[in-house]
Design a binder for this molecule. Structure first.
Ligand code: NAD
Length: 266
């Protein structure tokens, strides 16, 4: 399978280049960066000090996407929706790890998914997708007597908050309780907030250092507290999941898929 990496000079982009180069059944079709990026014209694998791949970074996403069976995209929301429209045009599989998309941008993805297979996940790791399943189950079993708080920590460079994964965990908790997340989520607390409202799902965001991604779901009841945690030690887990998603999507009908589909979780 020929796989292109858009945003290939980024933290995840470089991981993805290495993952595609070492994964059996995958061939690196090329990599792009945005116009003006200092990596343009350099070897796609050379930035991280790895052996050269003999493929140079361009800013021509349209050509890369048209010439690839699948494109993996960990960039930023505006770029991702442009790439999705291109992938829809050429029928290229689009694996999307970018987080922080708003409702309008999400609608663009749904439209693109009418023409090609899109796999979108706020977190591509197997462990996090298991945590999402456990959170839904715990929220359904325990009910409103247990206050749900979701705590996440990421490296100092992360630009969106709460993390896409924290929001996915919140959504899983809301699904478990059969409530609308927007109606119950408490994303910020500051000053005199008053007591906690029963049924709220709270979020707390920590930023610092080089933390790859820590997430904890706390279910706090009277006299006991349950905490379920996942800690990512390396970005490799996300890259591995993304390559797995691309291979899984080969031959799939157009549609918007999740990592749960890829991993076969109920
Ligand atoms: P980063 O800033 O290091 O990398 C993003 C790259 O995209 C940069 O090199 C940037 O120049 C490039 N880019 C931006 N616009 C572009 C365009 N139009 N064309 C080509 N390239 C473009 O960020 P990062 O830490 O690698 O994270 C990227 C995204 O992936 C974020 O949204 C982050 O939250 C998300 N992420 C998701 C997962 C997951 O498992 N789903 C895991 C880690 C990070």
């Amino acid at each position: 399978m020929k796989i292109g990496i858009v945003g290939c000079a980024g933290r995840m982009g470089q991981m993805l280049v290495q993952e595609v180069l070492r994964t059996e059944g995958c061939e690196l079709a090329g990599g792009t960066e945005q116009p003006g990026n200092p990596s343009l014209g350099k070897d796609v694998a050379g930035l991280s000090g790895a052996d050269l791949a003999g493929v140079l970074i361009t800013d021509d996403a349209e050509a890369l996407i048209a010439g690839s069976d699948a494109v993996i995209d960990f960039t930023q929301p505006d770029a991702t929706i442009t790439h999705a429209q291109m992938a829809a045009g050429s029928g290229t599989i689009h694996v999307i790890g970018t987080t922080g998309l708003n409702g309008v941008q999400q609608d663009v993805l749904r439209k693109a998914a009418e023409s090609t297979a899109l796999i979108q996940a706020a977190n591509m790791s197997v462990g996090i997708n298991l945590l999402i399943g456990l959170t839904r189950q715990a929220a359904a079993v325990l009910g409103d007597d247990y206050d749900i708080e979701i705590v996440e920590m990421h490296h100092r460079y992360k630009v969106d908050a709460p993390s896409g994964t924290a929001l996915a965990l919140g959504q899983a908790a809301a699904d478990g309780r059969n409530v609308d997340l927007d109606a119950v989520s408490q994303r910020v607390r500051d000053g005199i907030t008053g007591p906690r409202k029963t049924g709220d799902i709270g979020f707390a965001t920590l930023r610092g250092g080089d933390v790859v991604g820590d997430h904890t779901v706390i279910l706090a009841g009277a006299g006991e507290r349950i905490e379920i945690s996942h800690k990512a030690g390396s970005r490799e887990v996300f890259a591995r999941g993304a390559a797995r998603a691309a291979l899984w999507a080969e031959g799939k009908a157009p549609g918007l898929y999740s990592m749960r589909d890829v991993l076969g979780f109920e």
